[in-house]
Design a protein around this ligand. Sequence first.
Ligand code: CTP
Length: 403
Amino acid sequence: MSRIVLGVSGGVAAYKAALLLRAFTEAGHDVRVVPTPAALHFVGAATFEALSGNPVTTDVWSDVDEVAHVRIGQTADLVVVAPATADLLARAAAGRADDLLTATLLTAHCPVVFVPAMHTEMWLHPATQDNVATLRRRGSVVLPPAVGRLTGPDSGPGRLPEPADVAALATVVLAGGAGALAPDLAGRRVVISAGGTREPLDPVRYLGNRSSGKQGWALARVAAARGAQVVLVAANVELPAPFGVRVVPAGTAEDLRTAVLAEAADADVVVMAAAVADFRPATVAGTKLKKGSAAEPSAVPLVRNPDVLAELVAERRAGRLVVGFAAETGDADGDVLAHARAKLARKGCDLLVVNDVSGGRVFGRSDNAAVVLAADGTATELAEGSKDAVAAGVWSTVVPRLS
Ligand code: CTP
């Protein structure tokens, strides 16, 4: 359990702060909500008090005996300000202390994450961009806003990311500090494949696998939070698109190959997190295979699918990194790392993220642990944590290797 301060400033997106608060408390965190007075025009203090189980005040004149304007910041493990309006970012950058939230920001020793939400013009204004640069230079995380429908008929960058995305990214900062969401992928184009391919047998049946797509989703979400332009080629994943990420659906290995190779053309990094079926049925029946019919199969002959990772390696241009994934189990021929080292050499990719799946671990779970093997022989162990925290570890291994 961590102590999280949820700062809320006065924008329409303040209603999403209630959902974010809920996500934090459901994850077991103790949350103290500190709204600005303007935020209470949008969501009442009673909502935040009921959902957090903690008192809610906006000014420094309440609970004076507890010296709340100092204590709340001092004792926090993480401060998340969502939504962070243009005005809040300006006051934070200027170091003002004219309400309880800005006073808290001045006394917090812990990582601070600002989640901006405002109209596109306000976000793009040089004053706001300067304030964001100032806050980032001082070590705070300022997430890029989501792009989409804003209040009224306009759309553009300025939306608050979905609370589930913000909650997932908060786990990254709790585990790895503000540096785990540094904007070090700004200007980079990243392609990630995720999920599991389905190879049809007939119009209703397929050969599939147990990949949930969650690790690929986390890689995409964290890359977008770190400033990358992200394309997620998704094989049969039902999850909502992470904010700032373009999702290209793919069904079969062949679909995934076509999409990944097309999207990879101008990518700086391609990460193959998808579980691509190595084989597909040699023939696909045009109508449903019926029991007792002449077409009832006694066996399913399989043919090899293309190896997308191998093709990416073969056509890799200078400066592009290709990252593979390997789910391995130890056996009589070697342990997990021995198999993974052999696979890295065989596949020829720059990095291989290795999951130990002995005993059914990893698939569908929300936690993960991994080792990243590099072609230069180094091995980086990523501690067990949320899939977003593991994703941040993968990107931190990738970034120094980018040209
Ligand atoms: N992969 C791919 N195309 C395939 C199969 C796998 O691009 N047809 C990619 C996966 O996305 C992953 C990596 O290759 O990044 C490792 O996949 P894996 O199936 O473990 O590799 P194989 O060479 O098939 O190894 P094994 O002999 O263990 O099956």
